[in-house]
Design a protein. Structure first.
Length: 114
């Protein structure tokens, strides 16, 4: 089960992932998020992982893909509110060092300095 909540404010797309981001839900995530980024040429993303229940290598690769997409436009993606259950998986993955990481969405806004 996956739910994606997106909100655009102050030039930043906030993506809140609720549920599981894995090989079974990744196409739903891609089909909803990437067209929005491309259509509007968005450069600044905050991906909130507070309600993420689990993530596998497919989910990690998709987050990297989105980061690489906005990086091509000199943009930034920030991960925020990484819950305790997910920290170990995320820190073991290829995500470390690719994203800015913040404690919450408000702090993430400061990373962009726009």
């Amino acid at each position: 089960m996956l739910k994606i909540d997106m909100e655009f404010r102050k030039g930043i797309l906030f993506i809140r992932i609720i549920g599981k981001l894995n090989k079974y839900t990744i196409s739903d995530f891609s089909d909803n998020v990437i067209p929005v980024i491309l259509k509007h040429g968005l450069k600044y993303l905050v991906i909130n992982l507070d309600k993420l229940e689990s993530i596998d290598s497919y989910g990690i690769k998709e987050l990297i893909k989105i980061n690489d997409l906005v990086s091509k436009w000199n943009g930034k993606a920030t991960l925020c509110s990484i819950n305790e259950c997910m920290k170990e998986n995320i820190y073991k993955s290829d995500l470390t060092g690719r994203f800015f990481e913040t404690s919450d969405e408000l702090t993430a806004i400061e990373v962009f300095k726009i």
